[in-house]
Design a binder for this molecule. Structure first.
Ligand code: UDX
Length: 454
């Protein structure tokens, strides 16, 4: 089957490469020539485990181009995996989607299935079908299919090939046949992915319902963690105790500094916005969003509570990306905390194994931050970052941060004050050191004074 994929971000590129891996001929289309040239050389423009390897293995079946006309007019199926970022009001911005749809309309010469992989508000697939059919030449049949994506960054390739499920929302028998044939290899050994066929609106809703449920789980655990701190319980033990109930499960129970990334923040807001629009406000999601906004700045609040005035403090931020295993900083808690700290006249020393360039770019893309450039510097090692700092904020649970030798906090900092937003260290272990350790939902260990008195 000849496939074109519009957009070469996390969803588009990974989908294209995975489809080539199961035997299809795929042309990946992007407007960004620089990205296309990189991919032609076998280089992935995004950091994602196994992706370049699969690009290499399947290079015979993969093409990359900015020439959308050629790609779309030849394709049997066109996947759309462009971004649908949030607008000011929380609703989804569909500009990129409609830009691609216009390009498709201008290119088509034969019947085609258009598959919307981008996360779009419920009802968008129906609207897209009407939009296209109003514009297309008569005699060409366009079938619109919803096929939401459930991949997580860092494990995107695995999540696509060994998906938990493939959801297909379809209203047309021919399109249903094409889609089931296309995905057939993934439903068999060694992948054995369940394939669920349903109507388009339900398929669109599965995506929001799943992401928002996971976000809700995190916000719930974060609120419990804040309460546990007040009452003297340990949220890690609570989460472990909960996890033995198979109805609850043992995933997404980690409390911390809130969820970030390209999906949960925007998908919660989009569903909430949409529910209000239909006069059917989903109150749990509204609360989940509010809890997350507060949780993102919890370390800043703890720091302020401890030190009151932070002016001229030298503070280390360990971890800048929204989670480990990715260089993505979208909605990363480190960004909002860095902004608050810089405005308090703090000197920031920052470390991240791969996210520095994205972080710096995003931080200073905000024009209100231009005057703070001199206050932040980046280091290649944790040792250099924490040296002579008055406090450390842990924002991302990178393995190198979790495995860092705790003795070095003692030796490199005059008074090791650690505020850990990801509960990286075991409380019993950290108690052996002359460290002040304030994590999430667990008791504060305050052994720093002992060192001062030594
Ligand atoms: C998510 C979904 O997992 C994926 O199915 C969907 O397609 C896209 O959105 P992703 O954003 O890549 O994927 O990351 P994920 O691993 O789900 O983490 C999202 C955020 O939740 C991160 O900021 C992470 O730190 C946070 N998180 C996750 C917690 O705070 N606690 C947890 O227990 C799990």
């Amino acid at each position: 089957m000849k496939i074109a994929v519009a957009g070469t971000g996390y969803v588009g590129l990974v989908t294209g490469v995975a489809l080539a891996h199961i035997g299809h001929n795929v042309t990946c289309v992007d407007v960004d020539l620089e990205k296309i040239n990189l991919m032609k050389q076998g280089i992935s423009p995004i950091y994602e485990k196994d992706l370049e390897n699969l690009m290499e293995i399947n290079k015979e079946r993969l093409n990359y181009t900015t020439n959308y006309k050629e790609a779309y007019q030849d394709a049997d199926v066109i996947f759309i995996g462009v971004g649908t970022p949030e607008k000011e009001d929380g609703s989804a911005n569909l500009d990129y989607l409609y830009m691609v749809l216009d390009q498709i309309v201008n290119s088509l010469k034969k019947d085609v299935v258009i598959v919307i992989k981008s996360t779009v508000p419920i009802g968008t697939n129906d609207e897209v079908e009407i939009y296209i059919n109003n514009k297309i030449k008569s005699g060409i049949k366009v079938m619109v299919v919803s096929n939401p994506e459930f991949l997580a960054q860092g494990t995107a390739v695995h999540d696509t090939l060994y998906a938990t499920r493939i959801v297909i929302g379809v209203e047309d028998e021919k399109a249903k046949k094409i889609m089931t044939t296309l995905y057939e290899p993934l439903t068999k050994e060694p992948y054995n992915v369940p394939l669920l066929v349903m109507d388009r609106k339900s398929a669109e809703m599965v995506k929001y319902a799943s992401n928002d449920f996971l976000a809700l789980k995190i916000s719930y655990m974060n609120e419990l963690a804040n309460f546990a701190e007040k009452i003297g319980a340990d949220i890690s033990l609570v989460a472990n105790g909960m996890s033995y109930d198979p109805r609850i499960g043992n995933k997404f129970l980690n409390s911390g500094i809130g969820y970030g990334g390209s999906c949960f923040p925007k998908d919660t807001k989009a569903l909430y916005f949409s529910s209000k629009l239909y006069n059917s406000e989903i109150k749990t999601i509204g609360a989940c969003i509010e809890v997350n906004e507060n949780q993102k700045i919890i370390l800043f609040k703890k720091l302020k509570e401890k030190f009151k005035n932070l002016e001229n403090f030298q503070i280390a931020i360990l971890g800048l990306t929204f989670k480990p295993g990715t260089d993505d900083v979208r909605e990363a808690p480190a960004l909002v905390n860095a902004k608050l700290l810089l405005k308090e006249k703090v000197i920031i020393k920052a470390y991240d194994p791969i996210g520095v360039s994205n972080f710096n770019h995003t931080l200073f893309n905000d024009v209100s931050m231009t005057n703070y450039k001199e206050q932040i510097s980046y280091y290649n090692t944790i040792e250099d970052t924490i040296k002579d700092c008055q406090a450390v904020l842990i924002m991302t649970e990178w393995p190198e941060i979790k495995e860092f030798d705790l003795k070095k906090y003692e030796s490199l900092m005059a008074k090791p004050y650690i505020f850990d937003g990801r509960n990286c260290y075991d409380l019993k272990n950290i108690s052996k050191y002359a460290i002040y350790y304030n994590s999430i939902g667990r008791k504060v260990i305050d052994n720093c004074k002992e060192k001062i008195s030594l």
